[in-house]
Design a protein around this ligand. Structure first.
Ligand code: C2E
Ligand code: MG
Ligand code: MG
Length: 574
């Protein structure tokens, strides 16, 4: 028996000792080995093939005749269909090397009919064992999974991964031949309400329809991908004229904005589109995507349902915004926020009835920043929750120390109503300051009632049950102010200052104030006119029946100390 086979004790039992110098496996063993899914080839130290199962013959498609007595490494290569030829040279070289150095080697070989996994292992005394397995099915499943990983299952469109590959290819073409391309990032407007009110199946069906429309408007060489819930991207290739991209952007806005019929519902949504060009707006994928996103942000700010091309100023503006965000995140800890207070005057008694707390940000470099500039950003990034909590606690603390028990009005943002802690936070602010609940007034805008109506109303009722009063701020500027007035028994309506401004300039300016004052009266609500700057305005407001006024005429918003001085003077006019 060849020493090489001593390393394979399991096989020894089956070898025919009568086989002499060249051992042959017993027929029973060969039958067993032939039944294995893997093919097996054993070569002894003299280079003779001592075993070749049928599976090897079949998988490698070898001729069925008797194996030659001795095989050289070249013949082994040949038997493994690795005879040096085009495309296999490197593999053949690697294998020859392994054979010469007596190292194990594994490689994959694609032949016409299958994909084979071949492993060679040196046997202790100089022979070789070779196994051959058909891995075609496994490789096909892997390829399929890989393809699936690049496709959005809902719409069948490429996903972010595949888009990225196509974009990289397009940018490589740009580098090679100067062929330009455009990225159009599309965000659906008003999609969330559809999803929220009609449910996800309807939302999904709508997305599929949007995908079909997008696909229908593209050339075969362009790519449309879905990269997020309601976010799509189009890669337009071979762009030589920005006019073509503009036409596509316009078509997209129009096409997506047409009515859909889904599950018996007539739905209308819109599309905002941001566009960036390569090479003008960037030559690498990240930069292009970022710039297209900036343009999209601009399109949304400009009222949605439109497209914008990237401009370098957008980047600067976004940087400034990001800087503001970073600064704002530290402003609380650095005690950069302050409260100013603006008094309200009752027109009947001519007495101050309360003050509104208005936040100010003393920025270390930029000086005083108005809330109109930073509150919207704070709302967007959720920072309004801790900032609003600080305002509430500080305002309650200040008001508790006033020499006269005026009411204190605090503005509360929609985002604060989303947090479940709002009522507890207000309770805690009242408790720790010792301010009686009826002195606190919460000012909300219509935005608060627009979101999750039921839950918000519950919160408002809980506040009301505690004794806290609730005002409707900026009344008349929203879409359906009247219906909101019906949804909750507000204590106070604050008429937006734009109506007060219109008093002098518009012929029917006072008709609106009169109507709101009348409405307040019949509903038992106080009506405050905001932004009263002149005594003429005050006279007319008094004539129209408003109960209170707030504005520069009475006082500008003043720091806490100045307010205490003002209240003290008022209490004891010397
Ligand atoms: P608002 O609640 O409607 O506050 C009234 C705004 O009108 C204040 O602007 C006030 O300074 C201004 N104002 C008062 N009287 C006059 C006047 O006679 N003429 C003119 N032209 N303006 C007058 P401010 O302080 O810049 O605040 C702007 C907005 O920022 C507020 O509008 C409110 O919506 C928001 N805000 C202020 N502080 C806070 C806060 O602590 N939390 C929240 N969530 N929002 C706040
Ligand atoms: Mg207010
Ligand atoms: Mg207001």
């Amino acid at each position: 028996m060849p020493p090489s086979l001593r390393a394979l004790p399991a096989l020894q039992v089956g070898f025919d000792p009568a086989g002499g110098d060249r051992a042959r496996p017993a027929p029973a063993l060969l039958a067993g080995l032939n039944a294995l899914p893997q093919g097996l080839l054993l070569i002894d130290r003299l280079g003779r093939i001592i075993l070749r199962t049928d599976r090897v013959t079949h998988l490698l498609g070898l001729p069925g005749e008797e194996t030659p007595d001795r095989v050289s490494s070249r013949q082994i290569l040949f038997a493994l269909r690795l005879a040096p030829r085009d495309g296999r040279r490197a593999l053949a070289r690697r294998l020859r090397c392994a054979l010469e150095q007596r190292r194990s080697a594994a490689f994959e070989l694609a032949i016409e009919t299958a994909c084979l996994e071949i492993e060679l292992h040196p046997v202790d005394d100089g022979g070789w064992s070779v196994s051959v397995a058909d891995v075609s099915l496994r490789r096909a499943a892997e390829a399929q999974a890989e393809e699936r990983a690049r496709i959005d299952p809902l719409t069948g469109l490429p996903n972010r991964l595949l888009l990225r590959e196509h974009l990289d290819e397009a940018l490589a073409r740009l580098a090679r031949s100067g062929e330009g391309c455009a990225l159009l990032v599309i965000d659906l407007d008003r999609f969330k309400p559809v999803n929220d009110t009609l449910g996800h199946p309807v939302g999904d069906a709508l997305l599929v329809k949007v995908a079909e429309r997008l696909r229908s408007t593209l050339r075969a060489t362009d790519t449309v991908a879905r990269i997020g819930g309601d976010e799509f991207v189009i890669l337009q290739t071979a762009v030589s004229n920005p006019g073509d991209t503009q036409a596509l952007a316009r078509r997209l806005v129009d096409l997506v904005g047409r009515t859909y019929m889904v599950d018996g519902h007539l739905l209308t949504i819109g599309a905002s589109v941001g566009v960036a060009f390569a090479p003008d707006d960037g030559r690498d994928a990240d930069r292009l995507l970022k710039n297209a996103d900036l343009a999209l942000y601009r399109a949304k700010l400009d009222g949605r349902g439109t497209y914008r091309f990237f401009e370098p100023e957008m980047d600067a503006r976004m940087q400034a915004r990001r800087q503001m965000e970073l600064d704002m995140r530290q402003a609380l800890a650095r005690r950069e926020f302050q409260l100013h207070y603006q008094p309200q005057l009752n027109l009947e008694t001519n007495q101050l009835t309360g003050c509104e707390a208005l936040i100010r940000w003393r920025h270390p470099e930029r000086g005083m920043i108005s809330p109109a500039e930073f509150i919207p950003l704070a709302e967007e990034i959720g920072l309004i929750v801790p900032i609003g909590e600080w305002v509430m606690r500080q305002a309650c603390r200040d008001a508790a120390a006033w020499p006269v028990p005026l009411s204190i009005a605090v503005n509360v943002s929609p985002a604060q109503f989303k947090s479940d802690r709002l009522v507890e936070m207000i309770l805690s602010a009242l408790a720790s300051s010792g301010l009686p609940a009826p002195r606190l007034e919460v000012e909300i805008t219509e935005g608060v009632l627009l979101q999750e109506g039921e839950k918000t109303l519950q919160t408002l009722h809980r506040l009301r049950d505690l004794g806290v009063r609730v005002s409707m701020d900026d009344f008349g500027t929203g879409y359906s102010s009247l219906s909101y007035l019906r949804s909750f028994p507000f204590d106070k309506i604050k008429i937006d200052r734009s109506f007060v401004k219109d008093l002098a300039s518009k012929p029917d300016g006072d008709a609106i104030i009169r109507a709101i004052a009348g409405l307040g009266k019949s509903l038992g609500m106080t009506t405050v006119a905001e932004g009263v700057e002149t005594s003429e305005q005050m006279q007319r407001i008094r004539a129209e029946g408003c109960t209170d006024v707030q504005g520069y005429l009475i006082s500008r918003p003043v720091p806490a100390n100045d307010l205490v001085a003002l209240l003290t003077r008022q209490r004891s006019p010397a």
